[in-house]
Design a protein around this ligand. Structure first.
Ligand SMILES: Cc1ncc(COP(=O)(O)O)c(C=O)c1O
Length: 421
């Protein structure tokens, strides 16, 4: 048994009314009628507030991690709010450039950057290239020169095990990302990079994982990075992304401001007071800004439970399948009703694992044809979406001041057929 959904999980501008929920001044019922379902609805005010908060919490050069949610409108919004953008592939780089983000505000990551990706980054004069491995250093040796320079950070694995799911833990020694500190590889990488004319090395970077609620892992990492770089005279240090967000009732996460304040204090204590303190938040900027609207198609009671199936599923939100992530749901037309009925909210894909919420609570009256929403779906939903079972990807709308704008249209069957030879 659960009460009505707590507004804390909804975007900042959400208004819960008797028979509807309004976000950014726009009715969710009307949005579903206009754009169809499933539909990602992003509250632009929440996106801008979080992006501005991140920009204020760290120094200039703090980046939005586009892997968490990327489209042209989002790249421009992050840029307008004063953030750099971090990209991990040529595809992300291409999109942010098409969106108008100058290369001088782009940070390029990747644990297996192709030569073409490196050339594109160097030729565009990106803000930073984050170097991950010795093969990349060998490639850079052939590509960079005094007349073709590049500004870099070195990604290191600090040996910190973040308190989070093992698939999104990256700071431990046994990782495919970065150079190990303890083996001496990180020191060797710094020396090698310093020997390449044209490479300017600004500092070190570590990303210990994602969906982390406790700040002590970040603080420990910063101390390790400070100790490691003492004497290097670097001018910046990047702690990566990873700040967690509350997905379900009862969870609470530090704010971006608290994250920045705690790290700044730790940096000062560790002797990094004059070093630019940077981060790359993704989830904590976009997750709670969005919700997904689904239409209920079938309700099937079996002996063990009731299955309620909606018109999306693991193709628009793979996180429950990948990490066993939890979500809440509410009935858009009955947001104030007690959620007294327990059921399993599932998608329309041909997998028993296609579960959106293992034990969802919805009002007794919720049934076929109703609109069900899952809040906090702004991160790693659309960006990890697939066409499994040839299901077209949903549309994405941004809402602000009573106006909705479609920033990504719904895919069509024609879109899905366009690659056929
Ligand atoms: C290098 C790097 N930076 C930033 C991020 C963003 O993390 P989050 O969305 O948890 O803030 C990631 C996520 O995997 C990452 O790998």
């Amino acid at each position: 048994m659960a009460g009505p959904l707590l507004p804390t999980l909804l975007p900042d501008t959400a208004q819960v009314l008797e028979g509807d929920v309004v976000v950014g001044g726009v009715s969710l019922t009307e949005l579903a009628a206009t754009y169809g379902t499933p539909l990602f609805v992003y509250d632009e005010a929440t996106l801008r507030a979080r992006a501005a908060e991140a920009a204020a919490a760290f120094d200039d050069g703090v980046a939005f991690a586009t892997k968490s949610f990327l489209c042209g409108a989002m790249a421009r919004l992050a840029h307008e709010e004063g953030l750099c953008v971090d990209v991990a592939t040529g595809g992300e780089f291409d999109l942010v450039r098409r969106a108008g983000v100058p290369a001088s505000r782009v940070i390029v990551h990747g644990n297996n950057k192709s030569e073409a990706e490196l050339v594109a980054a160097i030729d565009a004069h990106v803000h930073r290239l984050v170097v991950d491995n010795f093969d990349e250093i060998a490639r850079l040796r052939g590509l960079v020169s005094a007349t073709r320079p590049v500004s870099c950070l070195v990604r290191v694995t600090p040996g910190v095990e973040a308190h989070t799911h093992e698939f999104i833990r990256t700071g431990q020694e046994d990782s495919k990302f970065g150079f190990s500190l303890s083996s001496g590889d990180a020191r060797r990488a710094i020396e090698e990079l310093r020997s390449i004319p044209g490479v300017t090395l600004h500092g070190v970077h570590a990303h210990i994982g994602s969906q982390i609620f406790e700040l002590d892992g970040f603080v420990a990492t910063l101390r390790i990075l400070a100790d490691f770089t003492r004497g290097d005279s670097f001018d910046e240090v990047c702690i990566g992304g990873g700040l967690g967000v509350a997905y379900v009732e009862g969870e609470s996460a530090p704010s971006l401001t608290e994250w920045g304040r705690t790290l700044r204090a730790a940096a000062a204590e560790a002797g990094l007071a004059t070093t630019r303190l940077l981060a790359e938040p993704g989830r904590s900027i976009v997750a709670s800004a969005a919700l997904t609207l689904y239409r209920v198609g079938t309700v099937k009671p079996v002996a063990a439970r009731t299955y309620m199936a909606v018109d999306g599923g693991m193709s628009d939100n793979p996180r429950p399948v990948l990490y066993g992530s939890g979500y809440e749901a509410f009935d858009v037309a009955r947001p104030l009703a007690e959620r007294s009925r327990s059921l399993r909210l599932v998608g329309k894909h041909c997998e028993s694992g296609d579960v959106i919420i293992d034990e969802a609570w919805l009002p007794e009256a919720t049934g076929v044809g109703d609109l069900v929403a899952t809040p906090v779906t702004g991160a790693y939903g659309y960006s990890m979406a697939s066409n499994y079972n040839r299901v077209p990807r949903p549309a994405v709308v941004f809402v602000a001041d009573g106006v909705a704008r479609e920033v990504l249209r719904r895919e069509t069957f024609e879109d899905l057929a366009r690659l056929e030879a």
